[in-house]
Design a protein around this ligand. Structure first.
Ligand code: ATP
Ligand code: MG
Length: 560
């Protein structure tokens, strides 16, 4: 597992770029891009790629493009395009006026395909998809030549033009590069460049019924845009020789491709296919469910772009695949929210306290600090009355060893308030504690006793008559196991879903949060960070628990 301690700004990719600048390979230019396929919503792995590509462009005074790799109309939708644009912008990446689409290049790609045909480097093949696969061979066995491989240039040009004109049904023919069916690299065994697909494209509509494959579109799109460093994930390492072959065969500008390890996180899944299943099968509430690693989910949960940036910088870039402990992400979120979240008091599991010696009907407004990390956040007034809610776990009828919170006869401090002592316990017919009767010491306002006596614990509270009733959505990890694929034979990763990843509670919160806008970030003192959910109404706030205060990452680091 990555230890997260690498915060230095240099990495193997930047070293390569430094070298290219020194040797003048691209005339000193640095131009990167983020090339999403609009077939789903972005996740935190994409954020890593965006931050990396945009960060490099910025650091080197270069340029950054956003380009949609929209070559597969059966899976792509405008909805995803719009969402991706919004998410990349949210991350803070700026592509200025360079928003591109691979579909902008369809005509050019088509013309280049004809060029390859004319050079005898591409042919129309009538094998079905299954046959193409069968002829391809395996890692240990060479492939076999397609029976259509030696068609004449004229026949190929004619057939390819008729493919474009819509004369043939889906799947009946493909255009393939004529490379080497015996190559040890399967990607070079006459890869498909075009397939017939009578499908409407979100941008080009019905203008095309043949579509370029990703392999045929990707390198040329980078070339057209003058990308210098085409940064991608490791699975494209084996495709690099193919991209280079295409660019060389066409005799056009070639960027340098650099592969890095994709981000994997414990206790979650990242592939769009799996995220789609979680959404479609109702395991989560939607693409923006705060339990998902999607950027919409993280945003709704209360995670900021700055926290994601810190996280991606800490994990750095590597050449080997690894899995990052989700506790490191939670640590970065906590660090970030510690600086920006306003402190409030809220009670998630309420137990009523009545202060028997406090005057009925009296209200005192006590000064409370909004954010000890940020003096400019100021203070607020919190109402104090005879009836309070406290956290049920802050009381034990029989305190275990080292438990210093409230118990019969024990005195504690109320945050920003007074010392109180438990004098009696009210129970229901079943023997459950339903209320505590306490006394308060009027001499201890402000949290200390003039006689110097000490208490060992400070607990949070909310005035009963002033409390806002809110919904708290408490999220836990989506999967029970670090590796969701860790299942017995015949099992499914879905078997590892955590059935308790969402717990909904009714809670009480101090009145200062009334009317808080969705997205507002708070720390409920002693408990967790929370973010106001868009489901909130003026009558009832809804809070998403972003992350608990307890720092498991520090614990993990401390152990090693
Ligand atoms: P997924 O496998 O999750 O469906 P993808 O690779 O198909 O993702 P694309 O839209 O093709 O998604 O990815 C756009 C860019 O984001 C690519 O350059 C890809 O390398 C990068 N990327 C995708 N997933 C990750 C990840 N987990 N970590 C780092 N970069 C990623
Ligand atoms: Mg992809």
């Amino acid at each position: 597992m990555t230890n997260g301690e690498t915060t230095s700004r240099t990495d193997f990719i930047r070293e390569i770029i430094d070298e290219d600048i020194r040797t003048g390979r691209f005339g000193g230019r640095v131009h990167t891009r983020f090339p999403p396929e609009p077939n789903g919503y972005l996740h935190i792995g994409h954020a890593k790629s965006v931050m990396l590509n945009y960060g490099i462009a910025k650091d080197y005074g270069g340029k950054f493009n956003l380009r949609f790799d929209d070559t597969n109309p059966t899976k792509e939708e405008q909805e995803y395009i719009d969402a991706i644009i919004e998410d990349v912008r949210w991350l803070g990446a700026d592509w200025e006026d360079r928003l591109f689409y691979a579909s902008d290049y369809f005509e050019q790609l088509y013309q280049w395909a004809e060029d390859l045909i004319r050079k005898g480097l591409a042919y129309v093949c009538d094998l079905s998809a299954d046959e193409v696969r069968e002829y391809r061979g395996t890692l240990t066995e060479p492939g076999r030549n397609s029976p259509y491989r030696d068609r004449s240039v004229e026949e190929n040009l004619d057939l390819f033009r008729r493919m474009r004109a819509g004369e043939f049904p889906d799947g009946s023919r493909t255009l393939r590069a004529k490379i080497d069916m015996a190559s040890p690299n399967l990607n070079l065994r006459d890869p498909v460049m075009y397939r017939i697909l009578h499908a409407e494209h979100p941008r080009t509509g019905n203008a095309w019924c043949i579509y370029p494959t990703y392999d045929w579109a990707h390198g040329q799109s980078d070339s057209i845009e003058g990308i210098t460093h085409s940064i991608c994930t490791l699975e494209f390492e084996d495709h690099r020789p193919l991209y280079e072959w295409f660019l060389q065969a066409l005799g056009i500008y070639a960027p340098r491709q650099i592969e890095f390890a994709r981000l994997n996180l414990t206790y979650t899944v990242m592939s769009k296919r799996r995220l789609l299943r979680l959404v479609n099968e109702g395991h989560v509430r939607g693409w923006d469910d705060p339990r998902l690693p999607t950027l919409r989910g993280l945003r709704r949960r209360g995670v900021t772009p700055e926290a994601l940036k810190d996280f991606t910088e800490r994990i750095g870039v590597a050449k080997n695949n690894s899995t990052v402990d989700i506790a490191l992400l939670e640590y970065c979120i906590r660090q970030d929210l510690n600086r920006r979240a306003l402190r409030v008091m809220g009670v998630l599991d309420p137990l009523k306290v009545t202060l028997v010696n406090y005057p009925e009907g009296q209200v005192e407004w006590l000064e409370a600090i909004n954010n000890p990390e940020d003096p400019s956040a100021g203070t607020r007034l919190v109402p104090f009355t005879r009836e309070l809610w406290i956290e049920r776990e802050d009381f034990r009828e029989v305190p275990p060893p080292k438990y210093y919170r409230l118990s019969p006869g024990r005195e504690v401090r109320l945050r920003y308030g007074y010392f109180i002592k438990c004098v009696d316990v009210v129970k229901d017919a079943d023997g459950n504690v339903v209320e505590l009767l306490c006394t308060y010491d009027p001499e201890t306002r402000g949290g200390s006793a003039p006689d110097g006596r000490k208490v060992k614990s400070t607990i949070h509270w909310v005035s009963v008559p002033h409390a806002l009733t809110a919904e708290a959505r408490l999220y836990d990890r989506l999967f029970l196991k670090e590796d969701p694929d860790d299942v017995p034979e015949g099992g499914s990763w879905l078997d590892n879903l955590n059935p308790n990843s969402l717990e909904v509670r009714t809670c009480y919160v101090e009145p200062s949060v009334a009317g808080a806008a969705p997205g507002s970030l708070y720390q409920f003192e002693r408990l967790a960070y929370f973010c106001v959910d868009p489901d909130s109404t003026p009558e009832r706030l809804v809070f998403n628990r972003t992350v608990a205060l307890k720092d498991e990452w520090a614990k993990i680091q401390g152990k090693t």
